[in-house]
Design a protein around this ligand. Structure first.
Ligand SMILES: [Mn+2]
Length: 261
């Protein structure tokens, strides 16, 4: 059963993955209802905000749900840039509004210092005990933030993302996290990414699929949990998809071959 490295008691629980919510708290609640918090280790894939009306509510839910971890999505970074530029209504605000940002959510985040402190410490990726790598984007581009020689790329990327967020330097993150479809289009980059991180497979959100179950591809080496669940979503994106395409247990890994390094 897939488990998260180094989480003590939580490691005994099966893993529940929650893909992009985009402010649709109502659909999130109905999709997650069959999975009580005490029975699951829940991992939110990011993009909880923007599109729908309850982005900050979704952030607070992910923060407060027991036995949970929440990853950073590109929309959380866009919102972080909007918060930085809020006083002068600068470029970060315009970019975020264009991506579906909800002004009332920004006001709510601006009033909540402890939520801000939580948000800027979100990891970009996590490695589970079964060597499943969990991240928001279906791309390897965050890897360019750190040297190729780095021995623990997941930790180094998370450290660098944390440093950039604290410094308000969001552009390097936004450009890299907007990238999508890389693993689907360029399987050799997926292979190289798995080799570099020491992962057997990657679980991601970010690019809506239209299946009624999470989309398994590349011979099981990648699983997409963004089923376009949010009814509002990102402007122009597929929306209102099957909640079961976005929320469900992490499948056990059929393939137990050694890591191909
Ligand atoms: Mn995204």
């Amino acid at each position: 059963m897939p488990q998260l490295l180094g989480l003590g008691a939580m490691a005994d629980l099966p893993v529940l993955i929650v893909g992009d919510v985009h402010g649709d708290l109502e659909r999130l609640f109905s999709a997650i209802k069959p999975y009580p918090a005490e029975g699951w280790h829940t991992i939110f894939l990011g993009d909880l905000v923007d599109g729908g009306p309850f982005g900050v509510g979704a952030l607070r839910y992910a923060r407060d749900r027991p036995n949970s971890a929440a990853l950073l999505g590109n929309h959380e970074v866009l919102m972080w840039a909007a918060l930085r530029d809020r006083a002068e209504r600068g470029g970060g605000v315009h970019a975020w509004l264009g991506a579906g940002g909800q002004p009332h959510d920004l006001e709510e985040l601006a009033r909540d210092g402890s939520l801000q402190a939580w948000l800027r410490r979100r990891p970009a990726m996590l490695m589970l005990e079964d060597r499943t790598l969990v991240q928001h984007c279906d791309s390897d581009e965050l890897g360019t933030l750190i040297p190729q020689s780095e021995s623990d790329p997941v930790r180094a990327i998370n450290d660098e993302v944390c440093r950039l967020l604290a410094a308000g330097d969001t552009e390097p993150l936004i450009t890299r996290m907007t990238s999508r479809g890389v693993f689907q289009r360029q399987p050799h980059r997926l292979q190289a990414w798995l080799r570099r991180t020491g992962a057997r497979r990657v679980v991601h959100g970010h690019t809506p699929h239209r299946n009624r179950e999470p989309e398994i591809y590349a011979d099981g080496k990648a699983i997409n949990f963004d089923g376009g669940m949010g009814r509002w979503g990102r402007p122009g994106a597929f929306r209102g998809g099957s909640p079961r395409g976005s929320v469900g247990p992490l499948p056990d890994q059929a393939d137990d071959r050694p890591i191909d390094r």
